[in-house]
Design a protein around this ligand. Structure first.
Ligand code: IMP
Length: 430
């Protein structure tokens, strides 16, 4: 099956980086389709930990072309640092392996400043953003005043667009009590970054079409997760892009009929960073235990993640929204040693049973989780590589997830290393 989409099925941080890195082994290209450096994808290869924010997680495979699609928002400084970091560690596969869409929007210093200034003043309306300027950049994209990668290569256009944009943004920054920005300095910085990015800029949509025509295997990499989706998530506690599978098409130029499979990544429990409803959240010792054992601290901001039991209502909804053809269950090892493992099978809301996440965050806030307890397992599973290696109760847990969602489990991750994986079905196989 040539084109496979990978999306987060929860609130982000599900382990997409590890799974994309693994599947990239079988892919000719990996294309990131939304979000920006609010994402942090952690890869552990040969014992070395590598965190990527913008470069697709396939970059460690020589020969796999990695693209940043038009749906992504790019902070040029972060991207250049990431390229330099990989080069310094001897992990850069060659310039021809990275292609950036000229239509991707650029995160500007005013976007970062506005994101931080607004959050600082938002009080109880704070979202808990990553402060990377993601929302303000997508706002300008939608209002058609944004700067795109192509503009960085065209000094005349860039100067007039930045001046017009800063005229408005500086007024807003002053309103929020933040320092206004000097247009000349911003333009100079962007032009310098543009020159360094120039070798990477190419027609991503055109390449995706050509690969599809040739029958090449393309992996489309999402960021964040289903319930951070701008339309389908827990609005307003969401990110500013669509994180569900439909965005793989709009964010790259791939027609929907050329998507052949969608893999949803879910942890064996749930985490969330930032504010917003979270029905299965554990605020007790068990939550602390999951955070410590799962090392649940943000790879972008270092914030402690909120932790809770696996929510099958959420997972069922994620299956429906993205048409998931398979589930990859990560961090299964974090649950080992618990006498029993709970999973939320449905919610109760105003005396009614609820099987899917309600569209309003205010309603989700009022939902009471209904749990089923499954027997735990005490053996370490970090060394398991096949389903048969797993303790019976861990297999039973995976079967329960598949039954409750109607979606097969195609992979289980039992540790951070690339090799610490139980592969059940390869999505690229027919
Ligand atoms: P923003 O994307 O920085 O605007 O943040 C909006 C919300 O999405 C906040 O709750 C963030 O914590 C959350 N968020 C954004 N990116 C990620 C991610 O990659 N993992 C987990 N949460 C994220």
């Amino acid at each position: 099956m040539p084109n496979i989409v990978v999306v987060g099925a929860q609130w982000g941080d599900e382990g997409k980086g590890k799974v994309v890195d693994l599947y990239a082994r079988d892919a000719d290209a990996v294309v990131r389709f939304q979000g920006g450096n609010n994402a942090g994808h952690t890869l552990v290869v040969e014992g070395e930990k590598i965190i990527l924010h913008l470069i697709p997680s396939g970059i460690l495979h020589p020969g796999t072309v990695c693209c940043i699609g038009n749906g992504v928002v790019v902070d040029p400084g972060v991207l250049l640092d990431e390229i330099r970091g990989l080069r310094d560690r001897g992990r850069w596969p060659g310039d021809e392996q990275l292609v950036i869409s000229p239509a991707a929007h650029v995160i500007l210093p005013c976007h970062r400043a506005l994101d931080l200034a607004r959050e600082a003043r938002a009080g109880r309306h704070q979202i808990g953003t990553t402060g990377r300027g993601i929302g303000p950049c997508y706002e300008d994209k939608a209002s058609r005043t944004g700067i795109r990668i192509a503009d960085l290569l065209d000094p005349g256009t860039l100067a007039s667009r930045v001046e017009a944009l800063l005229d408005e943004k500086n007024a807003l920054l002053r309103h929020h009590g933040a320092e206004p920005l000097d247009p000349a300095a911003v333009i100079e910085g962007l032009l310098a970054a543009g020159e360094r990015l120039r070798p990477f800029v190419g027609d991503v949509a055109g390449r995706v079409h050509a690969w599809t025509r040739q029958g090449s295997r393309v992996l489309l990499e999402g960021a964040q997760g289903t319930f951070l989706d701008l339309d389908h998530g827990t609005y307003p506690f969401v990110t500013s892009s669509n994180t569900t599978a439909g965005a793989a098409c709009t964010g790259t130029g791939l027609p929907p009929r050329d998507v052949h499979g969608v893999i949803g990544i879910t942890k064996a429990y749930v985490t969330r960073v930032g504010r917003g409803p979270f029905p299965t959240e554990l605020t007790d010792d068990l939550g602390d235990r999951l955070r410590e054992r799962g090392r649940e601290f943000g790879s972008t901001t270092g914030r402690p993640r909120r932790c809770g039991w696996l929510d099958l209502v959420g997972l069922r909804t994620a299956c429906r929204l993205s048409g998931l053809s398979g589930l990859a269950v990560t961090k299964l090892d974090v649950l080992e040693g618990l006498p029993e493992v709970r999973v939320c099978t449905r919610y109760r809301l105003d005396g009614e049973t609820v099987d899917f996440v309600p569209p309003r965050a205010e309603d989700l806030e009022r939902c009471e989780p209904v749990y089923e307890a499954l027997p735990g397992w005490s053996d370490s599973i970090a060394g398991c590589r096949t389903l048969d290696d797993l303790p019976a109760n861990a297999r039973r847990f995976l079967d329960f997830v598949a039954d409750a969602t109607g979606c097969p489990v195609v992979l289980a991750s039992v540790g951070p290393g690339r090799e610490q994986t139980v592969e059940i079905h390869n999505p690229f196989a027919a």
